[in-house]
Design a protein around this ligand. Sequence first.
Ligand code: FES
Length: 107
Amino acid sequence: MAGARSVDLCAVDEVPPGTMTMTWVDGTEPVLVANVEGAIRAVSGICTHEYVELDGGFLAGRTVTCLLHTSRFDLVTGKALDAPAYDALEVYPVTIAEGRVLIDLPG
Ligand code: FES
């Protein structure tokens, strides 16, 4: 990606299978990191319905459920699966390097 920068989100060990954690890029941009059946996924960390941090919700298989109105999002595609959320989460391609979870963001 032209002008992209690699951002170190957390250690792989911090996200065992079946768990998720919120990370903050530059201290301001929330990115949810989830371990979906052994594969690390990274998506924007705020529900697209209202401003609710998704790490307070529930992880089940490849979906996260928002705690406020229970919309589910697919952590692989970002797609909203239930109303009242309609817009998808942003999905960030993940690279694992030396035990760290990295994503590329525009520079
Ligand atoms: S705030 Fe997430 S579904 Fe409403």
